[in-house]
Write a protein that binds this ligand. Structure first.
Ligand code: 5GP
Ligand code: ZN
Length: 112
């Protein structure tokens, strides 16, 4: 997707502060963090949202989710963290490349 910000990050066309990378998943710090630690876990292949995921994405989504506690711990979130997936405009999604927010640290954070 040539006009997708996260695809451009995957392609290295937009810089990012990487937390993790393998052949199918990338994690990087959110540019506007709403906690002391806030990063995003995305698939390298473009999928617009959770609502656009199909059964073929089941393993990939599982891998992304299981990376959350591992990377949160590596980022120093020892006492816990929040995860968030905004889906669709009504769900507050702004970047239409599916992603898991992982955030925490400092004071307890809330975001609906
Ligand atoms: P959404 O509302 O779609 O769930 O969240 C998109 C997130 O992507 C926002 O928290 C926003 O700060 C982050 N974001 C948008 N553009 C960029 C960017 O160019 N680089 C990084 N690192 N994060 C971005
Ligand atoms: Zn994309």
């Amino acid at each position: 997707m040539s006009d997708c910000i996260f695809c451009k990050i995957v392609a290295g066309e937009i810089p990012s502060s990487k937390v993790y990378e393998d052949d199918e998943v990338l994690a990087f710090h959110d540019i506007h963090p709403f906690a002391r630690v806030h990063f995003l876990i995305i698939p390298k292949a473009h999928v617009a949202s959770l609502a656009d995921c199909a059964p073929e994405h089941e393993r990939l989504l599982g891998r992304m989710l299981l990376l959350a506690p591992r990377l949160a711990k590596e980022q120093g979130l020892d006492s816990g963290f929040k995860t968030l997936i905004n889906t669709g405009r009504g769900g507050g999604q702004e970047v239409f490349h599916v992603h898991i927010h992982v955030f925490g640290g400092g004071d307890p954070v809330r975001r609906s």
